[in-house]
Design a protein around this ligand. Structure first.
Ligand code: BT5
Length: 238
């Protein structure tokens, strides 16, 4: 049963930090909190985590594949979130590397943290999925949207958590057995259209798909460039 391995907390600073405590003894594979006091985004940013408004979930995985292939895990997590939302009738778009969007609003974010030796490593997949629009609305710097604004039926957080965990585990198994191809295909069907004009820092050009490791390829006027990390922006209106 999935439920025996989930630790349901009322509050914590960050479910990723809480999950790290169970890597060694493997008592739980997943930590979920009703709210986080210091929810973390990437690059030192904050994840807005008000009580009862989101699924704040961290899932620990011990992939039996190389860490290089494991670089696909953030994309794999995006696919698992997308599948979970689609099961509720909500279609999403995936923006490299870790945003789950509806229109120009963010429905979910993903923070993956890997550690260990190349031969024996683990990753904590942290997912913040907005379930309910905060009663005070979204802060100015949070371009959020929640499932309650997109679904007709009420959303049960525990059932969403269980579905998401199953999708993550299924996709991890596929990664171990078949490599990255099916994950990248599933990601591309929900990702930016090939040829979309994008910018990453100084680099600007057309989205040209993913490398075998899940890095982003940009066709610039100077040639093909590869981006391994950071934020990518869509350049509109040109
Ligand atoms: C992310 O970072 O999108 C990764 C977020 C991961 C959060 C989960 S919750 C469970 C686990 N435990 C943690 O402590 N973290 C993980 P990034 O790409 O850096 O995006 C952060 C930016 O998203 C912020 O600067 C805001 O602009 C925006 N943002 C913050 N909270 C949001 C929310 N609830 N909904 C939509 N956008 C949000």
């Amino acid at each position: 049963m999935v439920d025996d391995t989930i630790l349901w907390l009322d509050a914590c600073q960050s479910t990723n930090d809480e999950a790290a405590k169970y890597i060694r003894n493997r008592q739980y594979t997943t930590v979920v909190a009703h709210y986080q006091t210091r929810g973390r985004g990437r690059l030192g940013r904050t994840w807005h985590s008000p009580a009862g408004c989101g699924l704040y979930l961290s899932h620990i995985v011990f992939p039996k594949c190389s860490q290089q292939i494991g670089g696909a895990i953030p994309l794999l997590a995006g696919v698992a979130v997308a599948e979970t939302c689609e099961a509720l009738g909500v279609n999403v778009e995936l923006k490299w590397p870790n945003d789950v969007l509806v229109g120009d609003k963010k429905l979910a974010g993903i923070l993956c943290e890997a550690q260990g030796l190349p031969s024996q490593w683990n990753a904590i997949i942290g997912i913040g999925l907005n379930l309910k629009t905060p009663s005070s609305g979204w802060p100015e710097d949070v371009p959020g949207v929640a499932l309650d604004a997109l679904c007709d039926a009420p959303v049960d957080p525990r059932s969403v958590a269980r579905t998401l965990i199953r999708r993550l585990d299924d996709r991890i198994r596929a990664l171990e057995n078949e490599g990255t191809a099916s994950i990248f295909d599933a990601w591309m069907t929900r990702g930016l259209a090939l040829g979309t004009r994008i910018r990453r820092g100084e680099l600007e050009g057309q989205f040209a798909g993913l490398t075998s490791e899940g890095a982003l390829r940009i066709q610039t006027t100077h040639g093909m460039e590869t981006v391994h990390a950071g934020d990518v922006h869509v350049v509109r209106g040109e």
